[in-house]
Design a protein. Structure first.
Ligand SMILES: Cc1cc2nc3c(=O)[nH]c(=O)nc-3n(C[C@H](O)[C@H](O)[C@H](O)COP(=O)(O)OP(=O)(O)OC[C@H]3O[C@@H](n4cnc5c(N)ncnc54)[C@H](O)[C@@H]3O)c2cc1C
Length: 482
């Protein structure tokens, strides 16, 4: 068979889109037929196999990608199993000459990429890698001494000093169809829950897929970007982009987000530096994971390895279900459970409460987030949990313990956010919405709240929890002395 008639395989992983997707563009540019592939591999990631909320999202995202590919005259092939075996099988079946794919930063995914290259080399098949998920190559940003960064601010400055990402490229109008290949039926993967169907809140909140990502980006740029500085910390309003799951699944490129924000700011003179800096936290997290592959499992700062965390199944369960008796924490944990997402300010509050007030390990929180977030991302999740626990790069100092009641009063002064997710407290006024345990009996009675019955009593005293955490941190060699 002449090369021109032989296909190439286009392997989608964390980059489920056609627009501004380097691997897609390069595969199409060969002029050869293209066989697009997605592999559901639950073996290779080990404990980091997709969580429940991510599986729900993936289902919608793959449906959207398949429809977009069909619109361009192509057909998405779905296979399940170990990735190298699945890819080798498809290459063998189709006589493909090359594989095109995006670079991934997760340690298991990097090891997989290496195994794939070895296997393909043995078959004489070229593998072409493209940057599809990040603004910069993970190891391209280097300190003056050519090392990785461990502090965010100079990392961000180095990013701003580089050439901005190139303008986004269009999706190909046509993709030359490859040979017919067998494909799994997506329904047979059972990615969405049936009984019980816990995904109703997710369906109401999100539209997975490239189309949904672009709608969300347009909405954010038109309605919220201009006020981002002022509203991004207010969880009761939609002041942030809510693009994180779309970015995580690669349904929109970080470059497109960057340019859309820059373009809108140039048109309107609206400030956008704060927003771009948030986007760079994502890059920084990937940079950290690239250089510290054990980031999801081990504290970056070794001295935190012997932190005397408690095993307290009851407290952990109360935290997971939003039954701690601390309204701001409970609202956040219920928002997560219902919608698969939580506002960043509230993530900081609930994470600090778990690790510090409850003295439960950050890895427990990281695992729960992994299973319940639609934007669960190995780099951002582990970097942020380490940051809040004080053991990561450039981390919050261990002695900064957020007081969840004060955080509530500051960022949810009206109590609207709490009332939305903690209906037991709906009728409680703003004075006591974040501290129902302090409210006089008459106020509670009028609001129909009985602390300890209709709404839990706090599972830990805020002052006592704080003191216990500080004592635990100080017990660590070098930390307490520092
Ligand atoms: C304990 C904890 C765990 C987290 N786990 C995740 C996770 O698994 N996946 C995830 O995408 N984000 C995670 N974050 C970061 C942050 O909370 C979310 O990215 C953000 O809330 C997403 O909302 P948004 O898209 O409206 O953000 P916006 O404010 O609109 O920001 C734009 C984009 O910048 C990126 N970003 C913003 N803040 C951060 C940050 N602190 N770290 C990394 N990237 C950031 C996201 O891609 C986001 O979509 C975590 C934060 C904490 C404190």
């Amino acid at each position: 068979m002449a090369n021109a008639a032989r296909p190439v395989v286009l392997w989608f992983r964390g980059d489920l889109r056609l627009r501004d997707q380097g691997a897609v563009a390069a595969a199409v540019a060969t002029g050869q037929p293209v066989v697009p592939l997605y592999v559901l591999d639950d073996e290779t990631p080990g404990r980091w196999r997709l969580g429940g909320a991510s599986r729900w999202w993936l289902d919608g995202s793959l449906r959207s990608l398949a429809a977009d590919l069909a619109g361009a005259g192509s057909q998405l092939v779905l296979r399940r199993g170990e990735t190298v075996a699945a890819l080798s099988g498809l290459v063998h079946e189709t006589g493909a000459t090359a594989v095109f794919a995006g670079v991934a930063v997760e340690p298991w995914a990097r090891a997989l990429s290496e195994r794939l290259e070895t296997a393909m080399r043995q078959s004489g098949v070229a593998v072409h890698w493209h940057r599809t998920v990040s603004l910069f190559d993970a190891d391209a940003i280097r300190t003056q001494s050519n090392g990785p960064y461990s502090v965010y601010s100079p990392f961000a400055r180095a990013c701003f000093a580089r050439q901005p990402p190139r303008p986004p490229s269009d999706a190909p109008a046509r993709i030359l169809a490859g040979p017919d290949c067998s494909s799994d039926d997506l329904n047979s993967w059972k990615l969405t829950p049936t009984s019980p169907d816990w995904a109703g809140g997710l369906r109401e909140s999100w539209m997975p897929g490239e189309g949904g990502a672009r709608v969300q980006l347009r909405r954010f740029v038109a309605d919220a970007l201009g006020q981002y500085d002022g509203t991004r910390n207010v969880p009761s309003v939609e002041g942030t982009s809510r693009l994180s799951p779309h970015l995580h699944f690669g349904e929109i490129s970080a470059g497109e987000v960057w340019h859309a924000a820059r373009g809108a700011a140039a048109d309107t003179g609206k400030p956008l530096e704060t927003f771009l800096k948030e986007v760079l936290w994502r890059e920084f997290s990937m940079h950290l994971l690239w250089h510290h592959p054990r980031l999801p499992e081990e504290p970056l700062r070794r001295e935190f390895g012997s932190m005397p965390f408690r095993q307290d199944r009851a407290a952990l369960a109360a935290w997971r279900r939003g039954r701690t008796g601390i309204p701001m924490v409970d609202a956040g944990m219920r928002q997560l459970w219902q919608t698969g997402w939580m506002h960043n300010r509230v993530r900081l509050v609930v994470a600090s409460f778990l690790v510090k007030h409850l003295l439960i390990s950050w890895q427990e929180g990281e695992s729960w987030f992994w299973d319940t977030l639609v934007d669960a991302d190995l780099a951002s999740n582990s970097a942020n949990w380490q940051w809040i626990a004080g053991c990561g790069a450039d981390a919050a100092p261990y002695f900064r313990v957020f007081n969840p009641a004060l955080q509530g009063a500051k960022f949810d002064p009206s109590g609207d956010y709490v009332r939305r997710f903690v209906p037991e407290l709906t009728r409680l006024g703003k004075q006591y919405i974040h501290t129902p345990w302090d409210a006089p009996e008459t106020v509670l009675a009028e609001a129909g709240v009985r602390v300890g019955e209709t709404y839990p009593r706090p599972i830990v005293g805020l002052e006592a929890g704080r003191n216990r955490a500080l004592a635990a941190y100080r017990s660590l060699d070098r930390v307490g002395a520092g």
